[in-house]
Design a protein around this ligand. Structure first.
Ligand SMILES: Cc1ncc(COP(=O)(O)O)c(C=O)c1O
Length: 398
């Protein structure tokens, strides 16, 4: 049932609003027949990896959508960030936000670089350029900006800082397929940008990534680096890795991109439904995409007071709405990075008040309205909800 009173909430014993769970990041599915057709063709060709025809088709389509001159498709965005960092000669300390998926710092740490976390702007959730300037020191060897939720505020300032200090600049654009910045495709920002085609992204390849750049020579180096450094049969130039995307993943990617506009339209409808359903709910702010840029609306992110955040998630999860904390508690507090002892109050605050809600093609407009009704009831009685759940301290997601 859709709750309208406190006692209707499943967390207090009523029937959950949904029979099936509603997940954050449920994959947007490509057309099944199309995927099977493409996989069948690959099998008939007996060409399953090593830059096959589907790989090339996917790569070209990503290039067109992103507006970059060159696209280098890879097995996932984590490898993409590593390749870009290596190809650009990053060394030493790499400045990046802590408010991001742990894959961002892991990518650089795994290849022996040292993430240095800088503060975000709490209004935009992206790197604060002033904090980046302060973080630059003698060992700084690069900057990795993150277009969190597909938003790219501050990107031009980061470009200016990188140029001033002669530092390579890579954007983790994992969330930003189809997004623009001040009329420019985000993939044309910095030296290189890396998009993720993980299953949870707006359009997926099950696993996948792409590095975008306008630099032809850099793209060539990246292509060699993703394929063991081969430049010809039996000829290897330089240390490299295997970051190739398989034809199976490329089939998923090609078919997903055939639906990309549809996925964005559904995301947009859902986002607008959430905004309409929550705009007058005290204590709730839905992050906005009203910066004049193009967005894929793949993240519906609420900011609520910190004291209410976990109780609200518990209320939603009891209704089988598997709302999530993202990217909590901030990478600087995760085990591999906590010993460095970074102190980031804006990051802590934002990570303490963010809730992400389900969207994508698995959510109907009615589902969105029902989720809004749950949030509305919980927030109207926020003090009671917080008090009653504190008295019954079961873990999140019970
Ligand atoms: C911001 C961000 N960076 C990096 C990644 C890693 O991408 P992948 O899973 O394709 O390696 C993700 C998500 O998966 C992400 O959300």
């Amino acid at each position: 049932m859709t709750p309208s009173r406190l006692e209707d909430l499943a967390v207090f014993g009523s029937t959950p609003a949904f029979t099936e769970p509603r997940h954050v990041g449920r994959p947007n599915m490509p057309d099944r027949e199309r995927v099977l057709e493409l996989v069948g063709e690959a099998m008939d060709r007996r060409w399953l990896s090593n830059e096959g025809p589907l790989h090339e088709a996917f790569q070209e389509r990503v290039r067109q959508i992103t507006g970059a001159r060159h696209c280098v498709v890879v097995a996932n965005a984590t490898l993409g960030i590593q390749l870009a960092a290596r190809a650009l000669g990053m060394e030493g300390e790499i400045i990046m936000p802590s408010f991001t998926f742990v894959g961002t710092p892991h990518a650089v740490s795994w290849i022996g670089l040292e993430p240095v976390f800088a503060e975000i702007d709490p209004r935009t959730h992206t790197l604060d350029p002033a904090a980046v300037r302060t973080a630059i020191g003698p060992r700084t060897g690069g900057i990795v900006g993150v277009h969190l939720w597909g938003r790219s505020a501050g990107a031009e300032e980061l470009e200016a800082i990188a140029e001033e200090h002669d530092l390579p600049l890579v954007f983790d654009a994992a969330h930003a397929l189809g997004c623009t910045r001040a009329g420019r495709p985000v993939a044309t920002l910095g030296d290189a940008s890396v998009i993720s085609f993980h299953a949870t992204k707006v359009a997926g390849a099950a696993e996948g990534g792409a590095i975008l750049t306008d630099d032809a020579e850099l793209a060539e180096r990246l292509r060699r680096m993703r394929n063991f450094g081969f430049v010809a049969f039996d000829t290897v130039e330089g240390l490299a890795t295997n970051a190739k995307m398989s034809e199976m993943n490329a089939a998923m990617g090609v078919a997903s991109l055939e639906r990309f506009e549809e996925f964005v339209a559904v995301n947009r409808r859902n986002y607008e439904g959430y905004v309409a359903g929550l705009q007058d709910v005290p204590g709730v702010e839905v992050i906005d995409y009203a910066d004049g840029d193009e967005h894929n609306f793949h993240y519906v992110v609420l900011e609520v007071p910190a004291a209410v955040r976990d109780p609200l998630i518990r209320v939603l999860q009891a209704e089988r709405v598997l709302a999530r904390r993202y990217f909590f508690p901030g990478c600087h507090r995760l085990a591999p990075y906590a010993p460095a002892g970074a102190s980031l109050s804006a990051t802590d605050e934002v990570a303490g008040r963010v809730v992400t809600l389900p969207t994508g093609t698995a959510m109907s407009a009615d589902d969105v309205a029902r989720v809004c009704a749950i949030v509305r009831v919980a927030m109207a009685h926020a003090d009671d909800v917080v008090r009653r759940l504190a008295a019954d301290p079961a873990g999140l997601g019970r």
